[in-house]
Structures are given as structure tokens and as C-alpha cells.
Design a protein around this ligand. Structure first.
Ligand code: NAD
Length: 427
């Protein structure tokens, strides 16, 4: 258990409150959590949350009883009290949301369940968080915004990449003026998931092969937020700037059927299936203040993992995979290793400075998942605004539908809604 941890001093917010941006709920001694969805991601979340003092997992739900029981075992093995279980039907999770013992509903299910579960949880008076993306349509984005505003409950998308060590270093470089005025960002989710997508549930694949099903019926960027979230935060999107419009195009869809033919034979069903999702989707966003953001998605090509994490301004650039920085007056070349190390020493984020070792020990993508959970529980306990607002979730997730709309119109420009209803403006 973590006791008396450093405060972190982590504040993404600027200036005074927007409607829900700086929303504070009453503080609480213990955050009682109900988690829905004990698959790959939910199991890891349970293990992490057990290690955070003042977080108590009181309820667990999964479609399948054996997964809910597996979740309970993770909790009791960590020395915590057994949770109440809700399972057996598509709707069992509703009982968890209705429970008077739960303060926060933590959703780690397939994409299409996220918004309905979060909206119901908020309507039951609970704070709600979901895995990424929180919403798959513009209508769902608005449902999250409207429900959080009406119920005055917190909603946050669990965008763990906003807590990455390199992303938070970039955040500090941007906010302390080292890169000058920001001009352009590049974000991506490039992760070879061919095997995971095709793996049947019975061999440890996604439940009901939900990710493959989406690939068969959509063509846009279904998973934009890992790269985009940190760039939006660097650019103070929804806090002084806003995403205005985007254009998007997709390549041909070759990767999955080629891979399936190699693995299962060219006559196999997986090889003969028509996949709609182009292997590479490229989108370009324009912001109100004239910045541009490239967002890429490719989960079906044989390529090394990258989120790009590139942010450039009038004085220099940071690029990731591998991490490097170039600064005026010598921005034609990347800083040598010793100068990069000095810069990291100077501008590394205090959350990592203070809690990096604990985070790495407790894990989750090198520690960033743990820092995200730690901050969530800390903010709820202390009655602070959360690091990311419902408007951030809606704005970042809006790309799911909007990229698909643009792709269908051969890359035509599409407007991005202002989910803050003008609250993003600053003097
Ligand atoms: N942030 C990250 O780094 C990261 C990493 C992996 C996955 N994810 C996200 O986490 C989510 C889950 O992914 P996963 O890989 O764990 O998927 P998974 O298929 O392994 O797990 C989903 C779980 O939800 C359960 N479920 C489905 N419908 C349900 C219902 N109606 N009621 C209760 N439980 C239900 C399933 O039985 C399963 O146990 C996805 O949104 C994914 O995008 C995020």
C-alpha cells in the first residue's frame, strides 16, 4: 500500500473554471470503486488500484461469472476485502451502478459499452471513468457532456498516455516556453495488433473479438486518443485553443487478410473476410489558433510501436521513439545525449520525479497507468478537479466518427464540435 505519497503537484488546468472543467465534488476519505469488465485491461486495473491507499474496490462486474470471480481473487490475493460480484447477463453491471456502496464506476469493457455504462453510472449518482475511447459517435460524446453537466458528476477518460514520462516532459517544455509558440503536433497509435485481433476469445483474444468486428464495419480512426490526448494538453485545447476541423484519408486494407492467409491459409474465413478499416488512417486537424495536428492509426501493418509524440514550436521540437529534442540556435541537429539528459533533469515532470520509482514498481505501461490511477484517487479524495475533463474526452473521441465521415467523403473537411460551448475561450 502507498501511504503518505508525494502530492505530485500535477495541474493540467489553466485559469478559472469552465463549467465542468474545474468541477469539484465533495472530498471523501475512501474512494469506493466498482469496476466493470475483468478482461486484459480490467485485471491490470484491479491489481493497480489495490495498491493505492484509500482506494477500495467494493464491487466487480463481468459478463462472465468466472471473470468476476477472477477479479475478486486479484483483490483478495492483494490482502483486500472481497468485493460484491455482479455477473451473468449483459445487464448485471446495472446493479453495480445502483449500489449505494460505490462512489466511482471504473469501466474497462469493449468500446461500445463505455458510454452507456458511464451515463447510467452518472445517473445513479456515481462518478464515472472509462477506458479509451469513451465514446464512438458524436451523439455519445454529447451524451457524456450533457450527463456530466446535468448530474454534476465527474467523468474522465482513462487516457493513461497523458501520464507518460516523455509526454509529461514534453508538457513542461511546452508550458515553460522552451519550444516557443507551438505550431504543430504529431500523434499516433501504430501498434501491430494483427495477432490479437484475429485471436479467438477461447485462445485468450478479446471478448467476442470486439476489435475485429469494428475493423470489419468501419473505416476511420477508431482509437485516436493515446497520441492526441497529450498533444491537446500541450496545446491547451479546451483551455485557450480548440480543435476546429479535420481532413482524413485511409489507405487500402491489406494487412489483416494477408496475415490471416499466412496463418490460417488463403481459403480460411479470416483470410477471405472483407475488412473495411484501411491499414493506415491519416488525419490532419486545424486548431483555432492555427496549429496543425497529424493523427495516424495503424494496427494492421508489421511496424514497430509508436505514438509519434512530436510537438514543434517556434524555438524547437521534441520527438519520441526515440526521445530527442532540437532547440534554437542549433535546431538543425538533435541535442547530444548529455544535453538531453540535462534538459530532462531540468524539465522532467515532478510527478515522475517524486513518484517515478513507485510507479515503475507498480507498473502498467512503464508506470504511467499507476500514476493515472493515483492522480484520479487523490483528486477525488481531496475534492480537486480531475486532470482531464468530460470536454477533453468528448473532443478527443469525436475523431472516431469525424475521421470516418471525412474518409467517406474522400478527405473532405469536417467541422469538430465545440463541446465546451465556448468555454474554451480565454482573454
Ligand atoms: N489505455 C490502454 O493502454 C489500454 C490498453 C488495452 C486496452 N484498453 C482498452 O480497455 C478496454 C478493454 O480492453 P481489453 O483488452 O481488456 O478487452 P477484453 O475483451 O479483454 O475485456 C473486456 C471485458 O469486458 C467484459 N464485458 C463485455 N461486455 C460486458 C458487459 N455487458 N458487462 C460486464 N462486462 C462485460 C468482457 O467479458 C471482458 O472480460 C478497451 O476499451 C480497450 O480499448 C486500453
Amino acid at each position: 500500500m502507498l501511504g503518505g505519497c508525494a502530492t505530485g503537484g500535477f495541474d493540467f488546468r489553466t485559469r478559472e473554471a469552465l463549467d465542468m472543467t474545474d468541477f469539484r465534488a465533495p472530498s471523501m476519505d475512501t474512494v469506493r470503486i466498482g469496476l466493470i469488465g475483468v478482461g486484459h485491461r480490467g485485471s491490470g486495473a484491479l491489481a493497480r488500484l489495490c495498491k493505492i491507499e484509500s482506494a477500495r474496490i467494493v464491487a466487480v462486474s463481468d459478463l462472465y461469472a468466472d471473470r468476476a470471480e477472477k477479479g475478486a481473487k486479484i483483490i483478495t490475493d492483494a490482502g483486500c476485502a472481497a468485493p460484491k460480484l455482479f455477473s451473468g447477463s449483459e445487464d448485471s453491471w446495472r446493479g453495480l451502478c445502483e449500489s449505494g456502496e460505490v462512489d466511482l464506476v471504473y469501466v474497462t469493457t469493449p468500446w461500445l459499452c463505455h458510454t452507456p455504462m458511464a451515463v447510467y453510472a452518472m445517473r445513479c449518482g456515481k462518478h464515472a471513468v472509462t477506458e479509451v475511447p469513451s465514446a464512438m459517435t458524436i451523439e455519445q460524446c454529447w451524451q457524456l457532456v450533457d450527463t456530466a453537466e446535468e448530474t454534476r458528476r465527474h467523468f474522465m477518460m482513462l487516457e493513461n498516455c497523458c501520464y507518460g514520462e516523455n509526454e509529461l516532459f514534453a508538457y513542461n517544455l511546452c508550458h515553460q516556453g522552451v519550444l516557443g509558440e507551438l505550431v504543430h503536433g504529431e500523434a499516433a497509435y501504430i501498434h501491430d495488433l494483427r495477432q490479437s485481433k484475429l485471436n479467438p476469445e477461447s485462445s485468450g483474444g478479446y471478448q467476442g473479438q470486439w476489435r475485429l468486428a469494428w475493423t470489419q464495419s468501419h473505416n476511420g480512426n477508431p482509437y485516436p486518443t493515446h497520441g492526441l490526448g497529450p498533444i491537446c494538453r500541450d496545446m491547451d485545447i479546451n483551455r485557450g485553443d480548440r480543435l476546429m476541423s479535420l481532413v482524413s484519408m485511409s489507405s487500402a486494407a491489406l494487412g489483416l487478410s494477408r496475415f490471416a492467409a499466412q496463418k490460417f491459409g488463403s481459403g480460411s474465413r479470416a483470410a477471405k473476410t472483407a475488412y473495411r478499416q484501411g491499414d493506415m488512417n491519416c488525419s490532419i486537424i486545424r486548431t483555432y489558433r492555427g496549429r496543425t495536428i497529424l493523427v495516424q492509426h495503424d494496427t494492421t501493418s508489421p511496424r514497430p510501436y509508436t505514438r509519434l509524440n512530436t510537438i514543434s514550436g517556434t524555438k524547437g521540437i521534441l520527438q519520441d521513439y526515440p526521445l530527442r529534442v532540437a532547440l534554437e540556435p542549433n535546431a538543425h541537429s538533435w541535442l547530444p545525449d548529455n544535453e538531453l539528459a540535462d534538459l530532462k533533469q531540468r524539465y522532467g515532470h515532478e510527478l515522475w520525479r517524486e513518484m517515478g520509482n513507485i510507479a515503475k514498481k507498480n507498473g502498467g505501461h512503464g508506470g504511467m497507468d499507476f500514476l493515472m490511477d493515483y492522480r484520479l484517487i487523490k483528486c477525488l479524495r481531496e475534492g480537486l478537479p480531475l486532470d482531464m475533463s468530460v470536454y477533453d474526452a468528448a473532443t478527443w473521441c469525436s475523431l472516431v466518427e469525424l475521421t470516418e465521415t471525412s474518409v467517406a467523403k474522400d478527405g473532405a473537411s469536417v467541422e469538430i464540435p465545440d463541446f465546451t460551448r465556448s468555454g474554451w475561450k480565454r482573454d
